[in-house]
Design a protein around this ligand. Structure first.
Ligand code: XIL
Length: 330
């Protein structure tokens, strides 16, 4: 069977994020789906700070090691996600006893974390999402995070330098959501320029791509790709999904037993339109990665609250949805 990864092989890689433990937590049908459809794997959670170093000096690599071994055994390349993130970062990083830790102590911990993690997987990863989601959603420039409060605005430069030291050969990425929209686009350019001034090359920008049915900002996505490419950088769509429910808690759980055909048809059209757009930018897009392999595994069934969602190209039985056929037909 020709899958996504073969269909788009000449244009860009097709990626997927995988959670849980590979291969033990996955059915044969899921493994077959991964084999057929995707060429690059992103760890969904197992390389995040809380998973890797829940307590100071206590590193837990079992799940990440299993994923790296799975990827090698199944001919997939891998990207690293993520070294520094304001979410799921244990409080101990920023404490000295009961008191806030000094800049020096937090920097030392950042160094240990990045060197240990990126050093362990050196040679196995195409690149790292070094700092994830560092830009402010509102009027500010940088997001107010514990890292920034402890170290200062140069915490990004520090993190990228440490990542470069730990793995001299992999790419260093900047990954965020909503950075296709004008405000965060500008902040992204500013951040990339500041990193460049500090001697740090970030050759590719990740646009996460958590979009909502009927609200996909096609023109902004198009403009963002053009804008980032104009700086000589590549673009990756890193966490693609197309939720059939709006953000927020208002929507309840309208489709617990199945998604209406009419919605699946609209989703198919919008996915196809997205891939047409991506193909137009195939010279600068290097990877289009889905966040999870099929609807049953999607994080959007539990974020931001529990409900049944249908955001991906494959259903809960790993069968192709109308959106899959539409994407394969572009
Ligand atoms: C999500 C995972 O999918 C969930 O399992 C976890 O509970 C929270 O994080 N942006 C990112 C990803 O960069 O790391 C997030 O992943 C989704 C949003």
């Amino acid at each position: 069977m020709t899958g996504l990864r073969e269909k788009f092989a000449e244009a860009f890689d097709i990626g997927v994020s995988l959670g849980g433990r590979l291969p033990d937590d996955y059915t044969p049908a899921e493994i077959a789906l991964i084999d057929a459809q995707f060429s690059v794997v992103t760890p969904e959670n197992c390389m995040k700070p809380n998973a890797i170093q829940p307590r100071e000096g206590e590193f837990t690599f079992a799940q990440a090691d299993a994923l790296v071994a799975f990827a090698a055994a199944h001919n997939k390349r891998m990207t690293g996600h993520c070294l520094v993130w304001h979410e799921v970062c244990p409080a101990w990083f920023f404490l000295d006893g009961e008191a806030p830790a000094s800049r020096e102590l937090v920097l030392a911990r950042m160094r240990t974390h990045i060197h240990t993690l990126a050093g362990r997987y050196r040679g196995h990863l195409m690149g790292w999402d070094v700092v994830n989601e560092a830009l402010d959603d509102d009027d500010g420039y940088l997001r107010d995070t514990a890292w920034r409060r402890a170290i200062g605005d140069d915490y990004l430069v520090q993190a990228y330098r440490l990542a470069r030291e730990a793995d001299p050969d992999c790419d260093l990425y900047y990954n965020d959501y909503g950075n296709e929209m004008p405000a965060k686009r500008e902040k992204t350019l500013r951040l990339l320029a500041e990193l460049a001034d500090a001697g740090i090359a970030v050759p590719a920008v990740g646009i996460q791509g958590h979009w909502v049915l009927d609200q996909v900002p096609f023109d902004e996505i198009d403009a963002a790709i053009t804008t980032f490419a104009a700086t000589g950088r590549r673009v990756m769509i890193t966490e693609l999904d197309l939720s059939i429910l709006p953000w927020g808690k208002s929507a309840g759980n309208p489709y617990p037993d199945g998604c209406p055909a009419e919605i699946l048809a609209r989703q198919a059209e919008q996915y196809a339109a997205l891939f047409r757009l991506f193909l137009r930018h195939r010279d600068v897009i290097t990877r289009v990665a889905f966040w999870n392999p099929h609807d049953g595994r999607s994080w959007l069934n539990s974020f931001p609250y529990n409900r049944t969602n249908y955001p991906l190209l494959f259903d809960r039985q790993c069968q192709p949805k109308p959106a899959y056929a539409a994407v394969m037909a572009v």
